[in-house]
Design a protein around this ligand. Structure first.
Ligand code: FE2
Length: 287
């Protein structure tokens, strides 16, 4: 059994196509998608089209990520404070380019799953953690040890970190397959994983980490053509920087812009952060 595990696509349909083609060449039997299908990159509808095609043609498992939760929440109770701006313009743009069908699809899937198939070892999977789509399962998470200790299987696979790695916690293993669409490190190469079933280890599965170059220039051009670069100026530029280098400054830029706003105006409420603070933050980290 070869299971292609794909996480954090973030609307990067060009990288997604590249990874799917590669997985099919490697004769993947099944596909596991770990959520965050959309937001950050342009034309989310193109990514969703690929997702539906995969669902029709292959054995796929889907869970949702925090970005899908934001879209569901927005439909249920529109966030009037989302505006075209570096803080929330990318989310607003994404929402406006999705259909009711897309959001219905997000609502139909869970934030976690259990892989159980006769003849294979069980494992659990999630976008963030098993209890929250937004939790990062990284060593500095104070709940990390207890999460792994309380795990009722030996293997957990999670996305959201954008870091491709595996780590042991006692006798349990945690694997992050990396991000397809906003990959960190490896000079921005797109990342996914093939999980091979095996009798040679205790977990019953062996991970193969894959990094692939793809047409970043095509995605960059879509940022301009789609208007996303104008609708979420410094956020979009920060995302492009990550795509081109694998260095991520989106969160540091947001944090600095918020701190600057707090210092100057003694109050800060996301997403109401004036562009002038974003500009300083962007220049501080990127250029
Ligand atoms: Fe995420």
């Amino acid at each position: 059994m070869k299971l292609a595990v794909m996480g954090d696509i973030h609307g990067n349909h060009v990288a997604l196509e590249t990874c799917i083609r590669h997985a099919l060449e490697k004769e993947a039997d099944e596909f596991l998608f770990l959520g965050d299908y959309i937001s950050d990159c342009p034309y989310p509808q193109k990514t969703m089209q690929i997702i539906y095609e995969m669902k029709r043609n292959y054995r796929c498992y889907f869970i949702r990520g925090n970005r899908e939760d934001y879209m569901i929440n927005h439909r249920n109770k529109p966030q009037e404070r989302w505006t075209y701006s570096s803080s929330s313009g990318s989310l607003l743009y994404t929402y406006e380019n999705l259909s009711e069908k897309d959001i219905d699809f997000y609502e139909s899937i869970d934030i976690r799953g259990l892989y159980r198939k006769e003849g294979y070892s069980d494992f659990r999977y999630c976008h963030g953690s098993l209890t929250s789509s937004n939790e990062l399962l990284l060593p500095d998470n104070p709940n990390m040890e207890s999460i792994m200790e309380n795990l009722d299987v030996d293997l957990l696979i999670s996305g959201h970190t954008h870091i491709q790695e595996s780590k042991m916690y006692g006798s349990k293993k945690l694997i992050h397959p990396g991000s397809i669409g906003i990959p960190w490190y490896y000079n921005g190469k797109s990342q996914y994983m093939i999980l091979h079933s095996t009798d040679c280890n205790y977990f019953g599965w062996e991970e193969e980490f894959i990094q692939l170059g793809y047409d970043v220039c095509r995605v960059k051009k879509e940022f301009e053509d789609s208007g996303l670069l104008q609708k979420a100026p410094f956020w979009a530029k920060s995302v492009i920087h990550t795509l081109e280098t694998g260095e991520d400054y989106t969160t540091p830029c947001l944090r600095l812009a918020m701190n600057l706003c707090k210092e100057e105006e003694s109050v800060v409420n996301w997403p109401d952060i004036p562009e002038k603070y974003w500009k300083i933050a962007y220049k501080h980290y990127i250029k």
